[in-house]
Design a protein around this ligand. Structure first.
Ligand SMILES: Nc1ncnc2c1ncn2[C@@H]1O[C@H](COP(=O)(O)OP(=O)(O)OP(=O)(O)O)[C@@H](O)[C@H]1O
Ligand SMILES: Nc1nc2c(c(=O)[nH]1)N[C@H]1C(S)=C(S)[C@@H](COP(=O)(O)O)O[C@H]1N2
Length: 162
């Protein structure tokens, strides 16, 4: 089973001013599709150095899949994709495109999310929006390809297309 970690980026969540319902919802979704997520999401403020160090630590910890939730939009403190871009070695634009495309059927606000998906070491990092609805709808869109992507990152030699 592949280890997964959920990182919630929310100033209010970090300060205890809002209950994080997005992180736990993502943990449950990951379990339901066969990943082994840590049971408690990591909650951080929208602070560059903390996001950077936690993403780097996740790679060192051998986490196969990191989901971030929050900070993908255009508010002044939204920096999650910008930090992610400095950590990943390979971007997977198709997964982010699939999330925005599917989400556009739900809300026109989908186009505001700047979420990135990419690979750092052997860790797949997926940015998701902050609201529970936004986070779960976006994850839903890539679930059909998520396990396959992680298996390939870990060197699955089998032919695709079977
Ligand atoms: N972790 C979370 N759990 C539940 N709802 C959330 C969470 N993060 C965001 N939301 C909801 O999604 C909306 C949009 O998210 P966004 O990150 O833009 O909000 P925010 O108020 O700027 O967050 P913050 O100040 O906590 O960083 C919020 O107003 C809130 O209703
Ligand atoms: N599927 C889906 N995508 C969504 C949403 C949503 O409700 N559903 N919310 C949007 C909104 S309102 C914003 S502002 C952006 C960025 O959200 P974030 O700043 O919380 O990361 O995600 C968008 N993507």
């Amino acid at each position: 089973m592949y280890l997964a970690r959920v990182i919630t980026l929310s100033d209010k969540g970090y300060m205890g001013e809002r209950l994080d319902t997005s992180g736990p919802a993502l943990v449950e979704m990951l379990k339901s599709v066969g990943f082994a997520p840590e049971s408690d999401p990591v909650i951080l403020p929208d602070t560059w150095s903390l996001i950077e160090s936690n993403l780097k630590q996740s790679v060192k910890d051998g986490i196969a899949l990191v989901l971030t939730t929050g900070g993908t939009g255009v508010s002044p403190r939204d920096i999650t994709p910008d930090v992610t871009r400095t950590i990943i070695e390979k971007e997977i634009p198709g997964m982010a495109e699939a999330m925005r495309s599917a989400s556009s059927q739900k809300t026109p606000h989908a186009m505001i999310s700047r979420a990135l998906v990419g690979i750092a070491g052997k860790t797949l990092i997926v940015n998701l929006p902050g609201s529970r609805k936004g986070a779960t709808e976006n994850l839903e869109a890539i679930i059909p390809a998520l396990m396959h992507a992680v298996e390939k990152i870990h060197g699955d030699p089998t032919d695709c297309g079977g």
